[in-house]
Ligand binder design. Structure first.
Ligand SMILES: C[S@@+](CC[C@H](N)C(=O)[O-])C[C@H]1O[C@@H](n2cnc3c(N)ncnc32)[C@H](O)[C@@H]1O
Length: 212
């Protein structure tokens, strides 16, 4: 049987092959929805640090659209994008040569100030819930152990309208994730569920940078 990660790789490979380096090619409904998600994740970086060229891991970077958003907002980072799919990484390198580094992988390869994961947990295919949630926790462990100041991720929400929910997608319970994250990773955890999409974002301040 195909592993969850192999399913994921093939799924996104087929998306970029069919739709190119576009929001649809990384499975977002629109460019606006993609940017709205980015803007939640970027609340991770305090504005006072925008010019500091903090190091930043973008796990599951796709074709690198987050780097474009950061640049247009004036957030200057030492950026590393990592993605499972070689064609995503190649597209990102072509678009953003000189602005950031990109590599093929399934986890963070360096310690950075900040890390994010946008859209990694949405498409679970037929993977049983418990198995998919263990996969998510593995990714969160990886983000936690490679982030000095904090990390953030998003996930589709179990509070979506039932008639809009589709098979093969994972809808996480934000309360379960908040509780997990609060107990396992950090004292300072923010749950954002107020930006008009059928998902939520969780932001952590890592233990090392917590005050008091
Ligand atoms: C929904 S797309 C989002 C891409 C990008 N973050 C964005 O928002 O434009 C998810 C991406 O994560 C990648 N991906 C999924 N699981 C991954 C993992 N465990 N490690 C690295 N990349 C992963 C996929 O190949 C895909 O390009």
């Amino acid at each position: 049987m195909m592993s969850a990660i192999e399913h994921t790789r093939r799924y996104y490979q087929s998306k970029i092959a069919a739709l190119g380096p576009t929001p649809a090619g990384v499975d977002w409904g629109s460019a606006q929805a993609q940017v709205t998600r980015f803007d939640q994740l970027l609340k991770l970086i305090p504005q006072t640090a925008w010019a500091m060229r903090s190091s930043f891991n973008d796990l599951g970077c796709g074709y690198g659209a987050l780097l474009e958003r950061m640049t247009s907002c004036g957030i200057n980072v030492d950026y590393l994008g990592i993605d499972l799919v070689p064609d995503m990484v190649e597209a990102a390198r072509q678009r953003f040569a000189g602005l950031g580094e990109f590599e093929v992988g399934r986890g963070c390869s360096r310690l950075a100030d900040y890390s994010v994961a946008s859209g990694l947990f949405n498409v679970c295919h037929e993977t049983p819930q418990a198995e998919w949630e263990s996969f998510i926790v593995e990714v969160l462990d990886d983000l936690n152990s490679h982030s000095l100041r904090g990390f953030a991720f998003n996930c589709l929400t179990s509070y979506s309208d039932p008639e809009k929910m589709r098979p093969g997608l994972y809808y996480g319970n934000p309360l379960w994730f908040f509780d997990l994250c609060k107990r396992k990773y950090a004292k300072n955890v923010a749950l954002l569920h107020d930006y008009g999409l059928y998902d939520f974002t969780i932001i952590f301040e890592s233990a090392a940078s917590e005050r008091g």
